[in-house]
Design a binder for this molecule. Structure first.
Ligand SMILES: NC(=O)c1ccc[n+]([C@@H]2O[C@H](COP(=O)([O-])OP(=O)(O)OC[C@H]3O[C@@H](n4cnc5c(N)ncnc54)[C@H](O)[C@@H]3O)[C@@H](O)[C@H]2O)c1
Length: 476
């Protein structure tokens, strides 16, 4: 994340690519719903006929199990695609707005026009869907797009590059592979909108770069998302859901439950249910989690060491490992690990974990939960496991989060009618379905005068005009 300067030839290449897209943007803006849908369908066809290649790329990058790729990458994209295709024509129509009394004689409506030149920078953890879902929304809204995938998943980045070259002329969609230096060089270009998914630290840099051109931004960031389990929660169900949320993609999910707040009266049975759930999902045949085909790995050595240090630091400061704890440095394997007796001075409670490690905090009353959650940044997700409506309402009313799921995990990402995203440190702006389309569109207000006039309030401000203005202020 250090400041980076791009070599001159890189800058020139990106400038040329950008300029070509800028020239084409007005043409792209005029595309009809049918033409945009045609592009989306081509992408859909490529994705569905290349499912195996996508699975292989992700397996090569961090041993992501093929069914997890189908579910969290391909299915996630395909369901969004179908939703957009079904609704795009309606979204693109000018939206009439009601005419209030003081606007009698006019008609008002909203035109969704594309923002124009768009940049999408994506992370490595769901490297296919987190690049393609925003691309669908950007294309649906009629933009031209430059894409920058993460350098940490090079097999998927190369595959995405092939896909883009096969499907789109470079003036419509172009992909640039590379690291932070390439991203920074791209950010020098005067994009109209930047859609960034990644860490809050890099999100700040992106927003600062966007400020130079006053580009609008969508920032899909991360942070510490708590899961609350109260004394009324169905424990076996909640434990299964939380274990799945914590272990899918090896815990490297922005909306994974980061830490647990469990009512002290149900901690012991919850832990037992969590252990059972992990065994059922990843050790059904008794060969150990490491032998499981269903368990991905930490993406690289750097992140492996980072997560391992979080465990070591917690243990050194007095936490105990009540489940798991095994690691294998040569394969970036970390067993699902539960840390008990954690305190706020431990690093594991200070930074986003992004690995299969679950710290457990207990509470006695609801106020303690709210205090703990509100002591940190507003989370991307907050999960509530409870059968008590008063508790659910209390937690919702006294905290803030990008999204909340009650009695399940991670549904917010795949629900096309739910605005997905964070708040402040966990993100700015929302995506999914219509919200994504809106994010990539300028909502241009249009007011047309049909009859009548405002002439009667024009200067000079004679006593008669003043009286009219006073009447206007009093009655309208
Ligand atoms: N809200 C969401 O939808 C969502 C989804 C997935 C991941 N995330 C978050 O992303 C983070 C993990 O992903 P990551 O490690 O790839 O994030 P990251 O911020 O390190 O990298 C994301 C992208 O930014 C680029 N980048 C890195 N340094 C840069 C710089 N100095 N200037 C410009 N661009 C730079 C990278 O090349 C990559 O393409 C976690 O915090 C996670 O919570 C959020």
């Amino acid at each position: 994340m250090s400041a980076t300067t791009a070599p001159i030839d890189l800058t020139t290449t990106l400038q040329t690519m950008f300029d070509r897209q800028r020239l084409h943007a007005p043409v792209q803006a005029l595309t009809t719903a049918a033409e945009r849908i045609d592009r989306l369908k081509r992408l859909q066809h490529w994705m569905l006929t290349n499912e195996e290649a996508i699975q292989q790329a992700l397996y090569a990058d961090f041993r992501k199990p093929a069914p997890e790729v189908s579910l969290a990458e391909i299915y996630a994209v395909n369901s969004e695609l179908k939703f957009i295709i079904r609704h795009l024509k309606r979204w693109m129509k000018p939206q009439r707005v009601p005419t209030p009394l003081n606007m009698v004689g006019t008609t008002g409506y909203i035109r969704h026009e594309p923002k124009g030149n768009v940049l999408i920078i994506s992370p490595w953890n769901y490297p296919f869907s987190l690049m393609i879902k925003p691309l669908l929304a950007a294309l649906a809204a009629g933009n031209v797009v430059m894409l920058k995938p993460s350098e940490l998943t090079p097999h998927t980045a190369a595959l995405l590059n092939r896909m883009v070259q096969a499907l789109f002329p470079p003036e419509e969609v172009a992909l640039v592979e590379g690291d932070a230096a390439v991203a920074q060089a791209l950010l020098d270009q005067p994009f109209n909108h930047i859609f960034f998914t990644g860490s809050p630290a890099v999100g700040r840099l992106v927003m600062a770069a966007a400020a130079k051109h006053l580009a609008s931004v969508t920032l899909e960031l991360g942070g510490k998302s708590p899961a609350i389990v109260d004394e009324t929660a169905p424990l076996a169900e909640a434990a299964g859901q939380i274990a799945w949320g914590k272990c899918i993609n090896n815990g490297q999910t922005c909306i994974a439950p980061d830490y647990l707040l469990v009512h002290e009266s149900v901690k012991a049975p919850f832990l037992e249910a969590f252990r059972t759930a992990v065994q059922r999902m990843y050790n059904a045949d008794g060969r150990g989690v490491e032998a499981s085909d269903s368990y991905a790995r930490i993406v690289n050595q750097r992140h492996f060491q980072r997560v391992r240090r979080l465990i070591d630091d917690a243990v050194e400061k007095g936490a105990s490992i009540s489940l798991g704890g095994q690691v294998n440095e040569s394969t970036n394997f970390i067993e699902p690990t539960v840390l008990d007796g954690v305190t706020s001075d431990m690093q594991v409670m200070q930074e986003e974990i992004f690995g299969p490690v679950l710290p457990i905090l207990t509470y006695r009353n609801r106020e303690e939960v709210v205090q703990q959650v509100n002591a940190g940044e507003k989370p991307l997700a907050l999960y509530i496991h409870s059968r008590n409506q008063q508790n659910i309402d209390y937690f919702l009313a006294h905290t803030s989060a990008g999204d909340t799921v009650i009695n399940d995990m991670m549904l917010q990402y795949s629900h096309p009618e739910i605005p997905f995203g964070g708040v402040n440190n966990s993100g700015i702006g929302k995506s999914n379905g219509y919200f994504g389309f809106q994010e990539f569109s300028n909502q241009r207000g249009v007011v047309r005068r049909d009859f009548g006039t405002l002439k009667f309030v024009y200067p000079p401000y004679t006593p008669r005009v003043r009286k009219l203005i006073n009447t206007l202020m009093k009655y309208f």
